[in-house]
Design a protein around this ligand. Structure first.
Ligand SMILES: *Cc1c(COP(=O)(O)O)cnc(C)c1O
Length: 371
């Protein structure tokens, strides 16, 4: 029998637990397109209340939640400001342009941007650049390795203003603010900040139930009631009204909120332990994680993270480059302490102490870039 593999590619790979499956199986269903699904409605109200918003809309994916938020708060030929590497910019297949007709204006770095950068963009808008419709925030920052975007200025970093400052600046200029909170639960647990304090900085907030919370699918978009009435229509237009299915997924969502929020602290603790246990390897520089994602930047002579990810996957440690030069290891619900120990052991055995060994020989086929 092949040894078990450990899947650290993402926190989306979790399987519903037996208890979650039982909740799903028992869910009374109704037609979501007719709005007569009580379980979906109660989940929407529950998440909206957590975020301090009047209304919520359950959606099959976070991508759809983001796209609806963008489409409904912009017009074609306007722009959205976001950090480079924002999910909106790099993981939604150019849908900002293709669906909303909106151009992405990257600001700052993959760890966020600051008020001066946003002000400079607002100045250019006054001097003839296209209209800025939406100021886009993300917490935690996925491409940044689960880094927290601070809520208050006392925790702000160079080049990154607080969510609150940026939200206030945007609103002072009449701009809509969206918070992509796919992993906002992680930020909530890591900092002890109430979800509603994050919610207060933005007009719309999207949260995923399918990442660290472990539901098989589902996101909730929260905001003003009138906007969400229009969002419900657009969800239907985009083919997202899934009839009887959302009830079962909403049952999973309720179960996740009941049982899988506080335990995110275990993921954060395990990520820190994993990072510390592989930080001395000469192959990479490990970034101490703030939440559940561990990034390891390969060092010369290694050029591509895939040169390490491929042998690690062969050894049953499923992982993937975050960007070309970074290995990303995502810690989640399906990895307990024993699994982390085994992952550390396999990484150390597989990588050894000689990074040179993983540099493809000159003339060898391929760049090692494909997976
Ligand atoms: C995963 C993710 C999304 C989208 O979620 P899907 O359900 O995979 O479409 C949006 N934003 C961020 C930051 C994410 O990590």
């Amino acid at each position: 029998m092949a040894p078990p593999s450990f899947d650290l590619r993402s926190d989306t790979v979790t399987r519903p637990t037996a208890a979650m499956r039982a909740a799903m199986a028992a869910a009374p269903t109704g037609d979501d397109a007719w709005g007569d699904d009580a379980l979906v409605a109660s989940l929407e109200a529950r998440v909206a209340a957590l975020l301090g918003k009047p209304a919520g809309l359950w959606l099959p994916t976070g991508t759809l939640a983001n796209q609806l938020a963008l489409s409904l708060q912009s017009r074609r030929h306007t722009t959205v400001a976001c950090n480079p590497g924002a999910h909106l910019q790099v993981h939604e297949d150019a849908s900002a342009a293709a669906l909303a007709g909106v151009q992405v204006m990257p600001l700052g770095s993959r760890w966020g941007y600051d008020a001066q950068m946003l002000e400079a963009l607002l100045d250019e808008e006054r001097c003839g650049w296209p209209e800025l419709a939406v100021v886009w925030l993300e917490n935690t920052l996925g491409e940044g390795g689960g880094v927290l975007w601070p809520l208050h200025d006392d925790a702000a970093r160079p080049g990154v203003s607080s969510l609150r400052t940026l939200g206030q600046l945007a609103h002072a200029h009449g701009k809509a603010v969206h918070l992509d909170g796919a992993r906002l639960w992680n930020a909530h647990v890591a900092t002890g900040t109430p979800m509603s304090s994050f919610g207060a900085v933005a007009d719309t907030v999207a949260v995923c139930l399918s990442k660290g919370l472990g539901a098989p699918a589902g996101s909730v978009l929260c905001g003003e009631r009138e906007l969400l009435v229009r969002a419900r229509r657009l969800k239907h237009a985009y083919g997202g009204a899934m009839r009887q299915a959302p009830a079962m997924l909403a049952a999973a969502g309720h179960h996740a909120l009941d049982h899988h929020v506080a335990r995110l602290a275990d993921d954060h603790r395990r990520a820190a332990r994993l990072a510390a246990a592989i930080a001395d390897l000469p192959h990479w520089e490990v970034v101490p994680p703030q939440t559940n994602l561990v990034l390891a930047r390969v060092r010369p002579p290694l050029r591509f993270a895939e040169w390490l990810c491929a042998p690690l996957r062969a050894a049953g440690v499923l992982c993937f480059p975050n960007i070309a030069r970074e290995v990303r290891l995502a810690v989640h619900l399906d990895l307990d302490d024993a699994a982390i120990d085994e992952v550390v052991a396999r990484i150390r055995t597989t990588l050894g102490d000689d990074p040179e060994r993983f540099v493809p020989r000159a003339g060898a086929a391929g760049t090692g870039l494909t997976s």
